[in-house]
Design a protein. Structure first.
Length: 490
């Protein structure tokens, strides 16, 4: 079986469940630090996250507010009353034998997320959000094989109890590419809000996919399969492509889909069966007796709503309207909140938003691509680029010299004006000095002169290049053109 098989008589129905670790200082129900990355195993633990008998959880208010903030950004309704529940199942990394989660009365419900349609990027798709709720993360298991070939598992409890927000999507997606676009848009929302790093490779953003097939045009859902263990957007897309091919083959052969949990095997682009799929009643949910219900008044919702930043879609629209940039440029500038704010500061300081946008999209993004960092990790700030743009606009340096100045500024953090002065890169706008270079270029290139006078416009470009070479790229191009035309047409 290959992932290239095409479902012609079947339609895929896909719903995604995303878990995002929240950026809080402490864990969900105790005071232990939630910043476990890089910590020695089992050093950020206490009786609560170790699941010791007799301990009581204490709710993390910041985690609750971050979940409500996310839900509001996803246009969810915030009920006045919600509660926590115990989700019971046995697994080695679940310290208490149950997980504190939410079931029938979550913190939010009934929202939606818009994302670019992969089939037509000029269009927008909307997928429903069933709910955004809050739970605690589990411990981690490390599977080891020793020198003799014996295998065993080690457990690190540092992650146990870290606040984990679950965003449950409606089954509104129809293709693997739509699933990828949905995940990218959701990650962007979480990063704009600052509630999660949403780094998939670090486990801070994890996705489970539910997928079923049904006859094209039908309204009833087929038997669904849950796919886990996908650690990148690419692996999600590939696993879903494989599942569509696999389920199509089974159904076309007259078979039945087994409702099960399967795991993605990324290096082979396949999924493998893990266990039968649990139903909600298998978890024996019941209200968490050690935690009070959460009462969220309308006043509290409005207070949290006031913390919402300008979201990516609104920012893109404003950039296009206020700064006159294209949709593609606006998309690039708004891809992260940090980059968008950085660009807006350059635009403000330079007084030239269009040029600021061009420099950020072309040069700054190229530099970031090479370094693999974020814009706030650069040695230059918005003031550096704004000064460079002003130097160009004021005729102090040429457009050809500016990239060289930017590279040195990025390398050392030096202000552009200082670099120009120290290296003598200022643009030559002295008429007498340029007139001499123009006369020399005309005398040295009689064929180009003859071609220009014969009506070949490209010859002028050659002569301008000769003057710029003679002035080491520092000649004022506008003045060079004017002096050349004056001499050649006179």
């Amino acid at each position: 079986m290959t992932a290239t098989a095409v479902a012609t008589d079947w339609e895929a129905v896909i719903g995604l469940e995303v878990h995002a670790q929240l950026l809080t200082e402490s864990k969900m129900f105790c005071a232990c630090s939630s910043r476990y990355a890089g910590a020695l195993p089992n050093t950020l633990v206490c009786p609560v996250c170790l699941g010791m008998p007799g301990v009581l959880p204490v709710m993390n208010r910041a985690a609750v507010e971050s979940t409500i903030l996310t839900a509001l950004a996803l246009h969810c309704r915030i009920p006045e009353f919600s509660k926590f529940d115990r989700k019971n199942y046995n697994y080695p990394d679940l310290m208490k034998g149950y997980q504190i989660s939410q079931y029938d009365l979550p913190l939010s419900e009934a929202g939606w997320l818009e994302f670019p349609d992969p089939a037509d990027p000029t269009q927008v798709r909307r997928a429903g959000i069933t709910r955004v709720h809050l739970e605690e993360d589990t411990a981690t298991l490390k599977h080891v094989r020793d020198a003799s070939g014996e295998t065993y598992s080690l457990m690190d409890v540092n992650r146990s109890g870290v606040p984990l927000m679950e965003i449950v999507g409606d089954p509104d997606l129809r293709t693997p590419d739509e699933a990828g676009a949905y995940l990218r848009a959701l990650r962007q929302v979480l990063r704009y809000l600052g509630v999660s790093t949403a780094n998939m490779d670090e486990g801070a953003f994890r996705c489970d996919a539910n997928i079923s097939l049904r006859p094209r045009g039908a309204t009833e859902f087929g038997r669904k399969v849950e796919v886990k263990n996908m650690n990148s957007f690419r692996s999600v897309v590939r696993a879903l492509e494989f599942e569509i091919a696999r389920q199509t083959e089974v159904l076309n052969a007259g078979g039945r889909i087994v409702q099960e949990t399967r795991g993605g095997v990324d290096d082979k682009a396949i999924t493998v069966s893990q266990r039968s799929k649990e139903e909600a009643n298998d978890y024996r949910y019941f209200p968490e007796p050690d935690l009070p219900p959460v009462i969220t008044s309308a006043v509290e919702v409005d207070r949290i709503r006031a913390r919402l930043p300008e979201m990516p879609d609104a920012k893109r629209a404003r950039f296009a309207t206020d700064f006159g940039v294209t949709a593609d440029v606006a998309e690039t500038l708004a891809q992260s909140r940090t980059l968008a704010n950085w660009f807006e500061e350059v635009a403000r300081l330079s007084g030239n938003p269009r040029n600021a946008a061009n420099w950020v999209v072309r040069d700054i993004m190229r530099i970031l691509s090479a370094t693999g960092g974020e814009v706030d990790s650069l040695k230059i700030g918005p003031g550096h680029l704004a000064e460079l743009i002003r130097l160009i606009d004021n005729g102090m340096i040429s457009v050809r010299t500016a990239p060289e100045v930017l590279e040195e500024a990025v390398a050392h953090g030096t202000m552009p004006a200082e670099i120009v002065q120290a290296r003598g890169l200022g643009q030559v706008s002295d008429t007498d000095a340029l007139a001499a270079a123009v006369a020399e270029a005309v005398a040295a290139n009689p064929k180009a002169v003859a071609d220009y006078r014969a009506g070949k416009a490209t010859a002028m470009g050659f002569l301008v290049g000769a003057v710029m070479k003679a002035t080491r790229g520092k000649g004022n191009p506008g003045l060079v053109n004017e002096l050349l035309k004056r001499q050649l047409d006179g």
